[in-house]
Design a protein around this ligand. Structure first.
Ligand SMILES: [Mg+2]
Length: 240
């Protein structure tokens, strides 16, 4: 009986030794290297004009033709230089940079080509550029961000974005969210999902007015406790 147990044990040891160790699908973290994520619209690109010119698929103002938008940044979007400088600084220090946008991914490669041209390094779909559209809860009808799923998969440490949902995604993923202050012209055109909606009449979904937003700015802390990163850049020149 004892020898039988020994044989079984030996077989288990041999079989275990023959099983290859599980290979991690993601690269091992590099000591001290940050993985930093950036939203695209109103974070690295001032894309208001691209959206204003985009064809619509229906009368719904939100039903934009994203296949068109994703191929027209080179004509109508402008790179926000303070963020481009920040990205350059991070990469010079050996840190890794990723982009996560809630735009639907139709013709997404074109966004990668444009960002590569503007930033001077390859921005490649599903390598360091990810499309992470919102999902609608079938019961409540609310549309929720899915960016936290990608943030977690990539193991990011910091996420920069302009919208409330960027800060929510960072919080759910358990990382530092940094609010990039949206250009005033974008706030004028698209005030929703920005401190609630500072341009809307006060209500449960829009508790903050313009003066509250200024208070957040002056304290460098947003409503979710996030760091505020104000950006100021000159009048953009669109190429149409
Ligand atoms: Mg944005």
């Amino acid at each position: 009986m004892r020898s039988l147990k020994l044989v079984i044990l030996s077989v288990i040891i041999v079989v275990t030794a023959c099983v290859p160790p599980e290979v991690s699908k993601t690269a091992a973290p590099v000591l001290g290297q940050l993985k930093v994520g950036f939203d695209i619209d109103d974070t690295i690109l001032f894309s208001r004009d691209n959206f204003l010119k985009a064809p619509h698929m229906s009368d719904d103002p939100d039903h934009v033709d994203f296949g068109w938008v994703n191929t027209h940044d080179s004509l109508y979007s402008v790179t926000i230089q303070p963020i481009a400088e920040l990205i350059k600084y991070l990469r010079a220090g050996g840190h890794k940079v990723y982009f996560i946008t809630a735009r639907p991914g139709i013709n997404g490669e074109a966004v990668g080509r444009y960002l590569s041209h503007e930033l001077g390094f390859p921005v490649v779909l599903n390598e360091n550029l990810f499309f992470s559209a919102k999902k609608k809860d079938p019961v409540s009808g609310h549309r929720f961000t899915t960016k936290h799923e990608r943030i977690s998969k990539l193991g990011l440490h910091i996420f920069y974005g302009d919208s409330d949902t960027d800060m929510i995604a960072a919080s759910i993923a358990g990382i530092r969210g940094v609010r990039v202050v949206r250009d005033a012209r974008s706030v004028e055109a698209y005030s929703r999902n920005y401190f609630g909606d500072t341009r809307s009449a006060s209500g449960p979904k829009a508790p903050y007015a313009e003066e509250d937003y200024q208070k957040f700015l002056s304290n460098s802390v947003g409503p979710y406790g996030e760091t505020i990163y104000p950006i100021y850049f000159g009048e953009p020149v669109t190429r149409d």
